[in-house]
Design a protein. Structure first.
Length: 171
């Protein structure tokens, strides 16, 4: 009987150690995904900023100002070429922005799934400790506590990109 009890304790401790390693692996994965998500959000802000600058450059006054220094006999054709160039660049940036937005959505869902997995693993790690195999079953389950009321967060604003407090240092 004593050997069975010792082997049972050993098996439980090994299982809890394995679950702890799984939890730490999932937490590392969550951290890596969050880093990727921050990078994608920064890239998305850069692309949105670029789109707004291109919108500004596409205004007729800006196109006129950009080709004013170039001497030519056909200024209208030069302005048309500059406008077409800016429109192509804006279309390219818009495609990149849609790809980055899709990647952001994918990363957000992966972070949520990894966080749910971490919670599940933590609950599984705590479950053997909470359940005492030698205790008699409870007569009736305890009534569930009411769920706490939480306020919903407002959706993030997309109109203005985040700006850094200090300029980056070039090395």
């Amino acid at each position: 009987m004593r050997h069975i009890f010792i082997s049972l304790l050993f098996a439980l401790s090994a299982a809890s150690a394995a679950l702890a390693q799984d939890v730490s692996a999932v937490e590392l994965q969550i951290e890596r995904l969050r880093v990727q998500l921050r990078d994608v959000i920064d890239r998305e802000a850069q692309l949105q900023d670029r789109v707004s600058r291109l919108d500004e450059d596409l205004r007729p006054e800006s196109v006129e100002r950009s080709v004013a220094a170039v001497g030519t006999t056909d200024a209208a054709a030069l302005r048309a070429r500059r406008r077409e160039q800016l429109e192509r660049e804006k279309a390219d940036v818009a495609v990149q922005l849609s790809e980055v937005s899709a990647k952001r959505a994918r990363l957000e869902s992966e972070v949520a799934a990894a966080e749910a997995e971490a919670v599940r693993l933590k609950a599984a790690a705590l479950a053997p400790r909470a359940a005492n195999p030698g205790a008699a079953p409870a007569a009736a389950p305890a009534p569930a506590a009411p769920a706490p009321v939480t306020k919903r967060k407002a959706p993030p604003r997309k109109s203005t990109p985040r700006r850094r407090a200090r300029p980056r240092r070039r090395t």
